[in-house]
Write a protein that binds this ligand. Structure first.
Ligand SMILES: Cc1ncc(C[n+]2csc(CCOP(=O)(O)OP(=O)(O)O)c2C)c(N)n1
Length: 628
């Protein structure tokens, strides 16, 4: 491995200095933690520069969370010098900023296949290292885990073990953090060290009065606005000692503060001020998100290598903005993901009609309920995986009140390299059990536009539009529509009905062509609304001896598993098969590979249909049964 020069950096940032005894070459093998702890403090800046160069070089190739990790280099080094992981428990909230921790705990070699199949996870992972304690990526949980660890250590007589939770100012806007702080702060004899990694941003600048409060604490430290010491702050009011703000890029300041926190023996907040993307100008100067999460980039400029292809998110962005122009009652909500969910253009056009509530999905949903009760039509733009957090709010606060709230679920289905916690594979299982809920899955950009309008036009109750993290298009024309169902391909002799759910339409049509060449005529339909079940879909299923639903979601509760009993109850002789994802946590890998691995591609669909027909069993016998 060579130390890389980064042209975009000014001279003083250059990581070109080669260390004799400790450098990335050494970190690739052996015991980097022991060497880190033995390194004289004055050499830490050199090591930090080399770690940054290493991260930029590797993440530019694999993609990953760049800005957050560049911002936590010194902080992570200091944590590992002051505390003795794994005896002391180091918890990284969200876990997207744990790359430096991985590097320092002997996993430099894993960065070549970061987030790739069978490669290293982009988040802490217990299978990788005893230093990884929690497997997360959903934010705002670390303080609750810390509370549990501290209670257990006290009960089990292991009070010497430190519990340290690193949490970002963005994650701190999540309600769970405040539930945990309230518990931790009430027990002065149970030490927990909360390291607040405050870079002033989640993706965008951190919103809300908490964001303002932290800004006030930072300004006070800079001497811009004096802080009256008798006033304390939010954390001291809740029972914590407060150390800071400290410069999160100054290792000696950090080590001093963490050392003091360790000796206090009580709940304490160490407020570390960091810069997201530190040391890499393309990140530091990126106003949208400081290169929070990147795909493959040119390391010299930070620019994406692959040309942007039209995504479902972009189509949603355009259509919602158009709807916003027609409908002044339409407002949008995001839980700290304005740009990733495509609300940028709506915000530019209607800044007063967008609410970024922070990393607070549950609050977003019930706040939307309030907006709807007061006569507006809220559109909650959210990743599928994060809506899971707000099941009860969707059920009780929105659906029980039959409120017209539209949820737009991005990243629904297999997402890819972010792994188990990011696959949007559960929403389609639980949303259909919510009374009055209507769920749409568009097959193409045209349908996304149409279904979004149908959803927003529905004032009778909640609606959902779900689509994947993928390239969108081109449009797939329908031959005709029955009920809400679009018929995409029709064969009068078909004994097989392929139900193409959402973005699987392309693969289903390719499989139908394939099956026709095997002498198996197939009709392909797109239900468009996957919940509730359309009566026309049940009727169509009854007219075929085999119905195969193809769905990018967990099989449990999928459309296919709901359609089978409904079709049989209506007297259908037909079998209904569901090609969907197994009900287990899927690993990180590319979306296409994961879909293929689970039969959600033309070959898999063709094989499933042939197997369902019992080929080589004479499937024509079934057709004869239908005809008689
Ligand atoms: C519950 C939840 N909502 C949204 C996200 C998406 N997300 C990942 S990181 C992030 C911003 C995190 O900000 P912060 O905690 O301040 O850490 P930073 O990246 O700034 O270091 C968001 C919104 C998430 N991981 N979990």
């Amino acid at each position: 491995m060579t130390t890389m020069m980064i042209p975009a950096l000014p001279e003083h940032h250059s990581p070109a200095v080669a260390l004799e005894s400790v450098g990335p070459d050494d970190l690739l093998s052996g015991a980097p933690l022991a060497r880190l702890r033995a390194l004289p403090g004055e050499r830490l800046p050199e090591l930090a520069a080399q770690i940054r160069a290493f991260l930029i070089e590797k993440v530019a190739v694999t993609g990953g969370h760049l800005g957050p990790n560049l911002g936590t280099v010194e902080l992570t080094m200091a944590l590992h010098r002051v505390f003795s992981s794994p005896a002391d428990v180091l918890l990284f909230d969200t876990g997207h900023q744990a790359y430096v921790h991985k590097l320092l705990t002997g996993r430099a070699g894993g960065f070549d296949r970061l987030r790739n199949c069978d490669g290293m996870s982009g988040y802490p992972n217990r299978a990788e290292s005893p230093h990884d304690v929690i497997e997360n990526s959903h934010a705002s949980t670390a303080l609750s885990y810390a509370d549990g660890f501290a209670k257990a250590f006290q009960l089990r007589g292991q009070a010497g073990r430190q519990v340290v939770a690193v949490v970002g100012d963005g994650a701190m806007t999540g309600g769970m953090c405040w539930e945990a702080l309230s518990n931790i702060g009430a027990a002065p004899d149970r030490p927990v060290i909360v390291v607040l990694n405050d870079n002033g941003r989640s993706y965008s600048p951190t919103v809300g009065s908490l964001g303002q409060h932290l800004r006030m604490l930072r300004l006070a430290a800079d001497g811009v606005r004096p802080l009256r010491s008798d006033r304390g702050n939010l954390f001291t009011s809740l029972g914590f000692a407060y150390l800071g703000p400290v410069d999160g890029h100054n290792t000696s300041e950090l080590e001093a503060a963490l050392g003091r926190a360790k000796n206090l023996g009580r709940p304490v907040v160490v407020h570390a001020v960091t810069v997201k993307g530190k040391g890499y100008l393309p990140a530091e100067e990126n106003e949208e998100d400081c290169l929070h999460a990147v795909g493959v980039i040119d390391p010299a400029t930070g620019a994406a290598r692959a040309p942007a292809r039209p995504s479902w998110t972009q189509v949603f962005a355009e259509e919602l903005t158009a709807i916003g122009a027609d409908r002044p009652d339409v407002v949008a909500l995001t839980a700290a993901m304005l740009h990733p969910t495509g609300l940028g253009s709506f915000t530019a056009r209607f800044p007063d009609r967008v609410f970024d509530v922070g990393m607070a999905e549950q609050h977003a949903v019930t706040s939307a309920a309030g907006l709807a009760m007061a006569g507006l039509h809220p559109v909650v733009a959210i990743y599928s995986t994060f809506l899971n957090r707000a099941f009860d709010q969707v059920l009780m606060d929105v659906a029980l009140h039959q409120l017209p709230v539209t949820f737009v679920l991005d990243r629904a289905g297999v997402t890819g390299p972010d792994g188990a916690s990011h696959h949007g594979m559960w929403d389609a299982s639980w949303l259909p059990i919510v009374p009055g809920m209507r769920v749409a899955a568009p097959r193409d950009p045209g349908q996304l536009r149409a279904l979004l309008r149908e959803a927003v036009d529905d004032d009778t109750g909640p609606t959902v539009v779900r689509y994947p993290k993928a390239t969108a298009g081109p449009d797939i024309p329908a031959l005709r529509r029955v009920g809400h169902v679009d018929v995409l391909r029709e064969d009068p002799d078909a004994s097989v009905l392929l139900v193409a759910v959402g973005s699987t339409a392309d693969a289903c049509l390719a499989a139908a062509t394939d099956l026709a060449s095997h002498g198996v005529p197939v009709t392909v339909v797109d239900p468009r609304w996957i919940a509730p079940l359309d009566q026309e879909l049940i009727r169509l299923s009854r007219q075929h001896c085999l119905t195969v639903a193809v769905e990018d979601t967990t099989v449990t509760g999928s459309l296919g598993t709901r359609l089978g009993p409904a079709a049989r109850a209506s007297g259908a002789p037909a079998d209904v098969i569901s090609i969907a994802l197994p009900p287990r946590f899927l690993p990180h890998d590319s979306r296409d590979r994961l879909l293929s691995a689970h039969g959600l591609d033309p070959v898999g669909i063709t094989n499933a249909v042939l197997a369902g027909l019992g080929v080589p069993r004479a499937w024509s016998a079934c057709r004869e049964g239908l005809a008689s």
